[in-house]
Ligand binder design. Structure first.
Ligand code: DWN
Ligand code: SAH
Length: 401
């Protein structure tokens, strides 16, 4: 295969096997026509882009019945208010400000700009979540962001002061097109700011569940500097985040226009010390994934042998990789509870575990809960004190089983 960024010849270093669409929750009538592809990660040692070999077409993943609504986590609502406030205080100056967000989902971040009366626009291809954003006063257009979209926005609204994103840049295969779009859209001193799950955290925690169809890339400072450096942008700041199991916020501007923080060099050095630029790091990651898989299966089999009821908590996209890679189905977990209505009373992609409303968990506590939404551990542990204190046991597949 060729690297999506620099066209260098690269080879996958492992396979997670046959995978369905991670957010493709389905009914039994749809089992026969379910789509599968092989999930194989690869690393490019020329431009440092960690990527998957094959990604299904974007339209198969993002459409008018997309299953992920950002507002389901109260913690993330607070996070996005803080993100928006930080952008406003640190990167927006002057009057008649205009902010664009890629992948604005249900408006969780942009509503904070709307509330301040800042001109804003969300670009969101999944029509159902975009509709939810509009209900919160967030102006949204339903389409994929790219250079053509950027031209259209400039014609209608003018250039923007900031182009923002969260957990979407890593979903987009044509990042060269995104960088071109950013160049068209942004004013001369405009900023491109985005955050995504961080490669350094994924390697450290063996959080291989970050790898699924939507996540075509997992970024590091090294790769982001290299990808956007090809298009006249430079990294001027980096802010590590605890969200989604360990993320990084990247701040970019046109080369030479704004000063760069010393943290950029510090983090790049730390990434080299961690070996994120070396192929052998990914060989070790493969071994760590295999060991993690073996431990999780063994633990769930022990629960079953002891006659204990195990239920999954949070039908995350990430869990599609865990369940399918480890072969965990209704044989090992009874069902998964999730608060998202569109996922409820359907089955999980690939392994077809029933997804039930949250009440199915609280009304008849299992012996053990498999915490598939491990990235929301703090929020969930606080919410489920009653389960834990009556003897309920948790298994978290990541970071340590
Ligand atoms: O990058 C992405 C991130 C932002 O969101 C997307 N590609 C898709 C999605 O990934 P995910 O599905 O792994 O995200 P979460 O936030 O880990 O999903 C949490 C799931 O757990 C949701 O379905 C809601 C559910 N949940 C729950 O049932 N009870 C969540 C919380 C906090 C709860 O208390
Ligand atoms: N920003 C939100 C949503 C992340 S989920 C959050 O952090 O919670 C990823 C979102 O990006 C989905 O809503 C999806 O429809 C959208 N998306 C995917 N590809 C896109 C593209 N090329 N342009 C704009 N949005 C895209």
């Amino acid at each position: 295969m060729k690297c999506r960024i620099c066209q260098h010849e690269i080879r996958p270093f492992m396979s997670f096997g046959r995978m369905p669409i991670a957010n493709g929750f389905l009914t039994p009538e749809e089992f026969d026509s379910e789509y599968f592809f092989e999930l194989k990660p690869a690393f490019c040692d020329q431009c440092y882009a960690f990527q998957i070999e094959e990604q299904p077409d974007p339209e198969m993943m993002f459409h008018d019945h997309y299953a992920f609504f950002s507002r389901t986590s109260k913690f993330m609502q607070r996070h996005f208010k803080a993100y928006a406030d930080w952008v406003y205080s640190n990167h927006l100056k002057g009057d008649d400000l205009f902010v664009v967000e890629i992948g604005s989902n249900d408006g969780i971040m942009l509503e904070n700009f709307a509330n301040r009366g800042v001109r804003h626009l969300g670009v969101e291809p999944s029509a159902n979540v975009a509709e939810e954003a509009r209900k919160h006063g967030v102006e949204t257009i339903v389409c994929f962001f790219g250079s053509d979209t950027a031209k259209g926005i400039v014609e209608e609204y003018g250039q923007s002061d900031a182009l923002l994103a969260a957990n979407v840049m890593c979903h987009i295969p044509d990042l060269n097109g995104i960088a071109e779009g950013a160049d068209i859209l942004l004013k001369d001193d405009g900023v491109l700011i985005f955050e995504d799950p961080y490669l350094g955290a994924m390697i450290k925690k063996t959080s291989y569940d970050q790898i699924y169809d939507e996540h075509v890339f997992i970024f590091s400072a090294l790769s982001v500097a290299s990808i956007f450096g090809r298009h006249g942008f430079e990294l001027i700041d980096l802010l590590p985040q605890e969200t989604h199991g360990g993320s990084m916020r990247y701040v970019l501007a046109r080369k030479g226009v704004r000063g760069a923080s010393s943290i950029v060099c510090e983090i790049v050095d730390a990434e080299k010390a961690q070996g994120l630029h070396l192929p052998e790091t990914y060989e070790q990651f493969r071994k760590d994934c295999e060991a993690s898989k073996a431990r999780l299966i063994r633990l769930l089999e022990e629960e079953k042998a002891a006659g204990r009821r195990v239920v999954g908590y949070g039908a995350t996209s990430k869990s599609t990789t865990i369940l399918n890679y480890c072969g965990i189905g209704a044989n090992l977990i009874e069902f998964i509870s999730d608060t998202t209505p569109i996922k409820q009373n359907k089955c999980t992609p690939g392994m077809h575990v029933p997804v039930k409303p949250y009440e199915a968990f609280t009304e008849d506590y299992p012996d053990t809960a498999l915490l598939l939404a491990w990235n929301h551990q703090k929020e969930i542990m606080a919410k489920e004190e009653a389960f834990s204190s009556q003897g309920g046991k948790w298994i978290s597949p990541i970071p340590e089983i």
